[in-house]
Design a binder for this molecule. Structure first.
Ligand code: CTP
Length: 393
């Protein structure tokens, strides 16, 4: 994502301490951040903290004469690409929903020309309070974007909806907010991660796939406006925000989950490193060493991608090819064998488990090499290519 100018509004909730980390993450991602705070927010965290983290003067007062035209409420929002308020308290949401303008943040929101995003933070009962719910509905009807809230333990000791999203989640959603909606209206089904084929109750056959490429693609498709479902083998990754995830272990479970979802999908992207074989003589109990060296018999797993691609009403299928040699030759043969309109070829030893990847896209028009880059950028490039192919159909 290109660098943005972000006006970050902070209102008076305990989640204000998380906004220090949010500021740091936004600055680290290359954005320019200017911070405005309500008077109550300064009781939780000092403006000096945000000044140090953002590198800019922090404004708290409607009457601050420092902006060049002495109109902080106009000037600050005019130079922003987005006004993000995190945390947004119930009181601030009430003012925003009703056009109240009695402090710098609410006045800036009223006078802005850029989009407004709020990340609510409050106690569970306050969040569910009918007037607050009405205010949220009103804000959404007025075109305001609401991030969250999250669910979990609250500072007051209660548990439920109302927590501000974690800073990294807000950054993830913000990047999605600015992405081109190239896949709007499309339903995308993805597989990611390794599969695990049990040998006995504690041992199994798996591979070194981390799931990073598949998860990056799930996020990129979501950011491009698609409705995404992710079928994932065992990974250590958090499910992407707003993407339902079906957790599976074996290739057979993955195939079952895919086949039950695929009828609703326009696109199927098979990123998972599916084990080609499962254990035929799986033991119901832990195999004992005293029984001697076990003879593990293997049976071939179904090829999930090839099965989906040959369905009568197959979705647009995108495959991955992990090769360790003769990349383009083997990958193109795989694309033709599995009848895929698009295949992403990468070197297994370079791609699996890494944060960066270098891929070549193969389609009916030929080969399209991409430079080595972070998997998030590779995913965005694949989405652009996919959207262009879908548009031509
Ligand atoms: N794939 C699948 N089901 C399998 C094996 C692979 O859906 N049982 C999918 C992968 O998700 C990937 C593509 O097929 O999109 C190619 O996977 P890859 O492991 O590169 O190739 P294989 O078909 O397994 O062939 P080989 O291992 O011989 O290279």
């Amino acid at each position: 994502m290109t660098a943005k100018r972000i006006l970050l509004g902070i209102s008076g909730g305990i989640a204000a301490y998380k906004s220090a980390e949010l500021t740091r993450l936004l600055v680290k991602a290359g954005h320019q951040v200017e911070v405005v705070m309500t008077e109550s927010a300064t009781r939780f965290v000092t403006p000096a903290t945000f000044q140090a983290l953002s590198g800019h003067t922090v404004y708290t007062d409607l009457w601050d004469p420092r902006p060049s035209n002495a109109m902080a409420h106009i000037e600050l929002s005019r130079r922003a690409d987005v006004f993000l308020i995190a945390p947004a308290t119930a009181n601030l949401l009430f003012k925003l929903a009703h056009g109240g303008c009695d402090d710098l943040i609410s006045t800036l929101a009223a006078a802005r020309t850029c989009p407004l995003i709020v990340a609510p933070a409050m106690n569970l009962q306050m969040w569910q309070n009918p007037p607050n719910q009405r205010n949220i509905e009103q804000l959404q009807a007025d075109g305001v974007t609401v991030f969250g809230p999250g669910n979990g333990a609250q500072a007051c000791g209660e548990t439920g909806d109302g927590r501000m999203l974690e800073p990294h989640q807000i950054v993830e959603l913000l990047h999605g907010f600015f992405a081109d909606k190239l896949l709007a209206g499309k339903k995308v089904l993805l597989t990611a991660g390794p599969t695990y084929e049990a040998i006995d109750t504690v041992r199994g056959i798996t591979n070194i796939s981390s799931g990073k490429m598949g998860y990056a693609l799930a996020r990129a498709c979501r950011d491009a406006g698609a409705e995404v479902t992710l079928v994932s083998g065992p990974t250590h990754l958090d499910a992407p925000m707003n993407v339902p995830r079906i957790d599976v272990q074996s290739a057979a479970e993955m195939q079952q989950a895919v086949l039950s979802e695929v009828g609703r999908s326009d696109v199927f992207i098979s990123v998972a490193a599916v084990a080609d074989y499962r254990v035929k003589n799986r033991s119901e109990h832990k195999i004992k060493k005293t029984a001697g060296t076990p003879a593990i018999e293997l049976a071939e797993n179904p090829d999930i991608l090839a099965t989906v691609a040959s369905l009568p009403a197959a979705p647009f299928c995108v495959g991955f090819a992990a090769e360790s040699q003769n990349l383009l030759e083997f990958a193109e043969a795989k694309r033709r064998r599995k009848k895929l309109p698009l295949l992403v070829a990468n070197l297994a030893q370079q791609a699996m488990g890494a944060d960066d990847n270098q891929v070549v896209l193969l389609d009916d028009a030929g080969q399209h090499p991409l430079p080595a880059m972070p998997k998030d950028d590779v995913a965005a490039a694949i989405v652009r290519h996919l959207a262009a192919l879908l548009a031509k159909r």
